[in-house]
Design a protein around this ligand. Structure first.
Ligand code: HEM
Length: 564
């Protein structure tokens, strides 16, 4: 304290240049200290900025008290310190990141090497980061530096090393957007592999195909969808919107045991509407790993999501009150509650983590399934011969019609899965490469060495359409998954819409179940052309890439088969 006081009183007397010089040296020293630190400084950005603000204000007050200068002069004096500090800090950071950083050998745009805000700019420019990333890869090659310590990789050999079951990489800081304590966040936010594995067991128990449990509920929601399509038969319908209504209602039912009522009302539930409105800025700020932590710590910053979080919390409280431990759970959240009741090691350890998991059920399962359904219907409409083939196969497998559809009969029509897989290849709903951090010793991918503590990612959207691994990469060819598998070399194609290894999608089986039922029901009952004036071009080429894919409207007409 005494030394700060002395320093400040000297500052008050010294001339401007001296203050700037001294503070710049402090800025450089500070940067060197954090660059050499063994912890991730970005995790502590909020405490650092809070401390800096407190110091700044204290400095002003001390200056006023000690040097008896006016408040304006004190603010000026204190600001000089921070200006000098920032100049020193940023200059040191710039030199380090451009010339000395462990990622310096990877090519990329100059600004990207210096700051991650470049990626925010690319994201914000036209909301199509995946296209910008594709252009950058074309220009700089397969190993592209997209941030100071971020490397985007277009190499199939990288996938098992980064994401596979035996990977030594861990989830990057990006995942810790909701907090650093693994016991207080949802499963998606856990970076520690051991803790993740434990928690994942409760999810796998609740989601591993409870076919007989969930099928009737998915089917009940699908019946509502069919009825609504029937009510609007022959009229243009925006399938991007209706697929969203459907999948949120399914996830509300299967996830909570409480369907939202989107389909019944024909309107998006207000809580989901508010959440969707805010997902875009959220996706943008997530680009900077430390930014969400900072924003999250500001009271009211997540207000846009509060309505959705409120619905989840209320539902969770109701479920907790009504929970009957002697009965087998009938929805995903009830399975998570059962783990708590049984004091299982996989149980969500705190109220906060359980609340996060409850939100996660809806967030992880709804948009992803909805986008896949809309995209599959778009592709089937664009390729009516594939639509007709699916219809014929369904009629052959279930001649009595959709009402007689059951899991076994549906599963036999493998062409549905071919369509789903091909849709997920062309349009994976999670567009951007998921960042994982390399271990301290780094990783070796062929002849490329990537040093430790680098955030690496493989962008699925790009690699799944790369002609080095996929024949006719932009064609919609469901047959490549079965009868043309050999001919098209499908087995060698990198395909990661659900991720790999321990972090792979926990809800994959539920997603297939829902998509199989929805596609069967729709295609067996309706012929689907584009609505008059709709070409699907805007829908196809202009989806927004944020946290998830955000689709443009797509107008289709559903003509009942019997009257067609
Ligand atoms: C076509 C539909 C789906 C796709 C393409 C998809 C994709 C993914 C991907 C890529 C991940 C890894 C995320 C990461 O590492 O950051 C993931 C994780 C997960 N998904 Fe899905 N998902 C789908 C449907 C579902 C459904 C229906 C549920 C049901 C609740 C679900 C629940 C989860 C959960 C719990 C995780 C684990 C979170 C984590 O470990 O980070 N997903 N999904």
């Amino acid at each position: 304290m005494a030394s700060i006081t002395t320093f400040l009183s000297r500052c008050a007397q010294a001339n401007t240049l001296q203050v700037l010089r001294t503070s710049a040296v402090i800025g450089v020293c500070f940067h060197i200290a954090i660059a050499r630190a063994s912890f991730e400084f970005e995790q502590y950005m909020f405490p650092f900025l809070a401390l800096a603000s407190v110091l700044h204000i204290s400095e002003i007050l001390l200056s006023v008290i000690l040097s008896r200068q006016g408040i304006a002069g004190a603010i000026l004096q204190a600001s000089l310190f921070w200006i000098g500090f920032s100049i020193g800090f940023l200059t040191s950071l710039l030199i380090y990141r451009l010339f000395l950083h462990r990622c310096r050998k990877f090519p990329g745009p100059l600004v990207a090497k210096f700051t991650r805000f470049y990626a925010v700019y690319l994201n914000a420019k036209d909301a199509q980061f995946y296209q910008e990333l594709g252009r950058l890869h074309d220009r700089y090659g397969d190993y592209l530096r997209v941030g100071p310590r971020e490397v985007s990789i277009l190499d199939a050999a990288a996938i098992p090393i980064i994401y596979g079951p035996n990977t030594k990489c861990i989830k990057a800081t990006w995942y810790a957007a909701n907090g650093l304590d693994a016991d207080e966040v949802s499963i998606g936010g856990i970076r520690d592999p051991a803790k993740y594995r434990l928690r994942r067991r409760a999810w796998d128990r609740g989601l591993s195909i409870k076919g007989k449990l969930y099928l009737p509920r998915v089917k009940a929601q699908t019946d509502i969808l069919l009825q609504q399509l029937m009510n609007r038969a022959g009229q243009p319908m925006d399938i991007s919107e209706w697929a969203m209504f459907y999948s949120f209602d399914v996830m509300g039912d299967v996830g909570f045991g409480n369907p939202f009522t989107n389909m019944a009302t024909g309107r998006e539930d207000p809580a989901i509407y508010a959440m969707h409105k805010n997902i875009w800025p959220l996706g943008m700020i997530l680009t900077i790993p430390w930014f969400p932590l900072l924003v999250g710590a500001i009271p009211g910053a997540k207000a846009g999501l509060s309505e959705f979080y409120g619905v989840c919390t209320k539902t969770l409280e109701d479920k907790q009150k009504m929970f009957e431990s002697d009965k087998e759970p009938t929805n995903v959240v009830a399975w998570l509650l059962k783990a708590i009741e049984e004091k299982d090691v996989s149980a969500s350890p705190t109220h906060e983590s359980l609340a996060g998991d409850t939100q996660g059920v809806i967030l992880a399962g709804s948009d992803t399934t909805a986008n896949t359904l809309s995209n599959a219907l778009f592709l089937l409409t664009k390729h009516p011969e594939k639509q007709q083939r699916l219809r014929e196969l369904l009629h052959a497998a279930v001649p009595e019609g959709y009402n007689a559809w059951d899991y076994t009969k549906g599963k036999n029509v493998t062409y549905i899965d071919d369509i789903i897989n091909e849709t997920l290849r062309l349009k994976p709903p999670i567009i951007q490469g998921l960042p994982h951090e390399t271990p301290a010793e780094g990783i070796q991918i062929g002849d490329k060495y990537i040093p430790g503590h680098v955030n690496v990612s493989v962008p699925g959207t790009l690699i799944q359409r790369d002609s080095r691994w996929w024949k006719q990469p932009n064609g919609f060819i469901p047959e490549r998954w079965t009868e043309k598998r050999e001919e098209m070399g499908t087995a060698n194609g990198p395909w990661i819409p659900f991720q790999l290894g321990m972090h792979s999608c926990a809800g994959k089986n539920l997603a297939y179940l829902t998509l199989r039922i929805a596609l069967s029901a729709i295609v067996q009952n309706f012929e689907i052309p584009f609505a008059p004036g709709e070409t699907g071009e805007k829908f196809d080429g202009n989806y927004l890439s944020s946290l998830m894919m955000t689709l443009r409207p797509l107008k289709l007409v559903f003509t009942p088969i019997s009257s067609s």
